[in-house]
Design a protein around this ligand. Structure first.
Ligand code: ADP
Ligand code: MG
Length: 681
């Protein structure tokens, strides 16, 4: 059996389970082995039954003496088993699992694990984990450190554990080739692959967890870097792009910048310089412009689009949502129409045809489905990149064939620390806007416990009555890039609640299940000040620019990473007035509160992103998931040493052997690794 084989081939899997496993992104044997635990239950304390005391988690092994079932009124069941070893007996009880009597028969040998508690005046196991141990079987679920996995309906951790355990008992047939060059393994003291996999799933100690995780951390980052670098290689051998030569239009471009309604920040000037330098080359640019919300990325892109226009080529400007496309349309019209640039808006609800009439196309995904090519496209700008997958990018490029390869500029407000950005966006060149335009006031931020919530809303009500505007962001119910039904329900409930709290205020509601038209109308009403408070779901509209909005409220703020909260906060504080951000919490525990209080002090998105990574506990994906970096599963992103070494190694390897021809196992692994990656949607 090979790692690339389908899981369907495994015993006890079959079609039905294979389909369920797909939901966990598991389709091959490799995927299953790389479905890592996010925590372990500690059943390492083995005891004899006579020694058991209430209040401790333990593991025992014994034989069932008797099992009885009690039925209560109302149809509830209690299953009771007496279990004995050579020192004594203990009772174990389970609620509402009457079918257990079929398994827990007299004389059966079992492992039990869990907390021992006082139940009905006696020390007992209440709802313990258990497993049948016939024929001297060793304990898998009830002893040692027991892995807990991401689960899905119909697939429990116990089930996954059994399948993985099976895989390891097939030593003779399952081939797990090593692909990391031996010199790295020796230099970094990395465990061999097979051993590391075994240890990560079934560790004897927490030390083994650490040791195996280090191997996977290196492995994952190394592969990720290799992949990025190879994508870069591929980009670099693309056909030539149209040269957009700044020197040819120096005077006009400089005057355009000079005539802007404001002076560019020095970060913006540096970014513009970097971009203009790239555009003048024959090699297509592939650059990421990263900057906090409000740092002024749009105008930087506008300079590039202006140069593209002067050079006689078209620009495509992609936004993640219709509202943002609309906003960009307004902004860019203001900046570029006076220069003679003809601008088209093409979204789900507003369609434009006649590709020869326009120089700049602004739109959403709808642009993909537009008939015909874009000929003579010199530049493609993609806003908020993490919502675009590689596939969409490819489609976009296909659209613009006809002519040559366009230059590509990607904008993102996701603050990723530079060390990490090199790995994750290693195939892109990076420009960073690390300062905000002058005059921006710091948004006054407060973490607010739930008992002050009503008072908070009354305060907001008064501000809104005096002409200010507020955003209210609903609790994050599910991690998803699109609004789920649950999410929409939560938003609607919030909206109803606020209508009662503020009967004299006009309140708007915005969520992803509304039609684009409804969304645009809602937004317009807010922009014009017809609504005072706008309730929205978390995923909607990262980049909205509404200068009159001064208040940002985030409900159940503890569910967000700090960097995400910072992005939400960035929607206010764009005008002259003082701005406020209230982080309401549901949980009132001190550590949650302490984390949120960091936002009261820190106002740099990059610093907060670093902090997110540091505060990330085992199994907690704060910041990472919300960054759209779901692709990294085990890597320890705070280990800067490994980040650097894995990158250097990947670079050196590719320099010496650009096609990896002397590393067949690595090539195969890289292929499987890449297909297993989750594309952001
Ligand atoms: P983001 O980087 O979040 O996309 P925008 O491009 O929407 O930011 O810019 C936010 C606001 O800041 C806009 O209203 C824009 O006109 C303004 N702005 C951009 N650059 C400057 C600057 N150098 N000085 C003053 N205001 C600026
Ligand atoms: Mg923006």
């Amino acid at each position: 059996m090979n790692l690339s084989d389908s899981v369907e081939k495994l015993p006890y899997v079959g079609q039905i389970y294979a389909r369920r496993l797909k939901r966990l992104k598991i389709s091959t044997v490799r995927d299953l082995l790389y479905h890592f635990p996010f925590r372990y239950q500690d059943f390492s304390k083995r005891q004899k039954i006579r020694e058991l005391q209430a209040g401790i988690e333990v593991s025992v092994r014994g034989r069932i003496i008797q099992t009885t079932i009690i039925r209560y009124r109302g149809g509830k069941f209690l299953t009771k088993s007496a279990v004995a070893d050579d020192t004594g007996a203990i009772e174990a009880v389970w609620f509402n699992q009457p079918y257990l009597t079929r398994t827990l028969k007299e004389g059966v040998e079992v492992g039990l694990a869990g907390k021992v508690e006082n139940f009905g005046g006696r020390v007992s196991f209440v709802n313990p984990e258990f497993e049948v141990l016939s024929n001297g079987k060793t304990q898998t679920h009830t002893a040692g450190f027991v892995p807990v996995y991401p689960e899905t309906a119909g697939i429990s951790s116990k089930w996954i554990r059994n399948r993985i355990k099976d895989l390891f008992s097939r030593t003779d047939t399952l081939v797990i080739p090593e692909f990391l060059p031996e010199e790295y393994q020796q230099r970094e003291y990395l465990l061999p692959r097979r051993e590391a996999l075994r240890m990560f799933h079934f560790p004897q100690s927490l030390r083994e967890v650490e040791e195996s995780r280090r191997r996977f951390s290196f492995e994952e980052l190394f592969l990720f870097n290799l992949r990025s670098l190879r994508q870069r290689q591929a980009w670099e051998i693309q056909r030539a792009a149209i040269k957009l030569s700044y020197p040819n239009f120096r005077e006009k471009v400089d005057r355009f910048i000079l005539n802007l309604p404001f002076t560019l920040t020095s970060a913006q000037r540096k970014a513009v310089r970097e971009i203009l330098t790239d555009l003048a080359k024959e090699k297509p640019m592939n650059r990421l412009l990263e900057g906090d919300v409000g740092s002024g990325k749009t105008v930087v892109a506008a300079v590039a689009a202006y140069l593209a226009f002067l050079s006689g080529t078209k620009t495509i400007f992609m936004a993640p949502t219709e509202i943002l496309a609309d906003q960009h349309f307004q902004t860019l019209k203001g900046l570029l129409s006076p220069e003679g640039v003809k601008i088209a808006l093409h979204t789900g609800s507003k369609k434009q045809d006649g590709e020869d009439k326009f120089d700049l196309w602004i739109g959403t995904h709808a642009l993909f489905y537009r008939k015909g090519n874009f000929r003579d496209v010199g530049l493609v700008v993609i806003d908020e990149q993490h919502r675009f997958g590689v596939e969409q990018r490819a489609k976009l490029l296909e659209k613009s064939k006809g002519g040559v390869f366009p230059h590509l500029l990607t904008l993102t407000a996701t603050p990723i620390p530079r060390t990490l950005a090199l790995t994750v966006y290693g195939d892109l060149d990076l420009s960073i806007l690390n300062e905000l335009p002058p005059g921006r006031k710091k948004v006054k931020t407060f973490a607010v416990p739930s008992y002050k919530r009503e008072a908070g809303y009354q305060w907001i009500r008064n501000r809104v009555k005096s002409g200010e505007q507020a955003f209210v962001v609903c609790p994050l119910i599910e991690e998803s890039n699109v609004d789920t039904l649950k999410q929409v329900k939560a938003a609607t409930a919030e909206y109803q609640y606020l209508k009662e709290m503020m009967p004299d205020i006009n309140i708007g509601l915005l969520h992803g299940r509304m039609t684009s038209k409804e969304k645009v109308t809602t937004m317009e009403a807010f922009k014009k000040g017809e609504t005072g408070v706008l309730v929205s779901t978390p995923v909607v509209e990262v980049g909205i620019d509404i200068p009159n909005a001064t208040i940002m409220v985030v409900e159940a703020a503890e569910r967000f990473g700090l960097a995400s909260l910072h992005q939400l906060r960035g929607r206010v504080g764009r005008g002259e007035k003082d701005s406020y951000c209230f982080l309401f919490t549901e949980e009132n525990n001190p550590s949650t509160f302490r984390r949120l209080k960091e936002l009261e002090k820190i106002s740099s998105g990059f610093e907060l992103a670093e902090l997110d990574l540091k505060l990330r506990g085992p199994g907690e994906m704060y910041g990472v998931r919300q960054h759209g970096l779901t692709e990294l599963k085990v890597a320890d992103l705070t280990d800067t040493q490994i980040l650097k070494i894995s990158r250097d190694d990947a670079k050196n390897l590719l320099t010496n052997d650009p096609t990896l021809s002397t590393y067949p196992a690595l090539t195969e692994e890289l292929r499987q690794f890449s297909t297993s990656l989750v594309e952001p949607n």
